[in-house]
Design a protein around this ligand. Structure first.
Ligand code: SF4
Length: 168
């Protein structure tokens, strides 16, 4: 896939399957044999990462995505604070799988009502895996810095906004 993406001049970013989105738990990787395959595939992806950055998903995201499948969950979601969804009709949602809506000026209320009490750990899709990180992790990814001392420092990051089509 990487060779093909280089030929057509596009990058590759990985996003974890979410049964919360599809409603199909059968496709979630839980069997040991599937998790072994996942580990091998991730090792293969890591071995193909290089200075061309054709694969834009950073190591930290691959590692945490692997943990998500091995654990079967990913607690600590900051939907609504680190990222949010702006719907086509101009409302805010914490994420594309949480449907309580807020007015555009109500992010603070969304954080107070949703994010601060959110126990959902059911996905690790790209928007979350890329943004539920410490500020140093995001900085390191951006600058391609790998210093452990930088990554060890806690911090905050700005929200990322995505737009969606209206729900039927
Ligand atoms: S883990 Fe977070 S981003 Fe994922 S479905 Fe739950 S609330 Fe939304």
């Amino acid at each position: 896939m990487r060779g093909q993406s280089e030929r057509v001049g596009v990058n590759i970013a990985y996003s974890a399957y979410s049964s919360r989105r599809t409603g199909c738990q059968e496709l979630f990787l839980t069997r040991p044999v599937d998790l072994d395959t996942l580990r091998q595939e991730f090792d293969g992806i890591r071995s193909r990462q290089d200075s061309t950055h054709t694969i834009v998903t950073p190591d930290s995201t691959l590692n945490q995505t692997q943990e998500y499948f091995e654990r079967g969950s990913a607690p600590g979601c900051k939907a609504g604070l680190r990222f949010l969804v702006v719907t086509a009709d101009g409302k805010l949602q914490p994420c594309s799988m949480q449907f309580k809506r807020y007015e555009l000026h109500e992010q603070k209320r969304m954080v107070e009502e949703f994010t601060e009490h959110n126990q959902c750990d059911e996905c690790y899709v790209a928007i979350r895996s890329n943004l539920d990180k410490t500020f140093p992790q995001i900085l390191a990814r951006t600058l391609r810095v790998t210093s452990p001392s930088i990554r060890a420092t806690a911090g905050t990051a700005p929200a990322e906004i995505v737009r969606t089509e209206p729900r039927p």
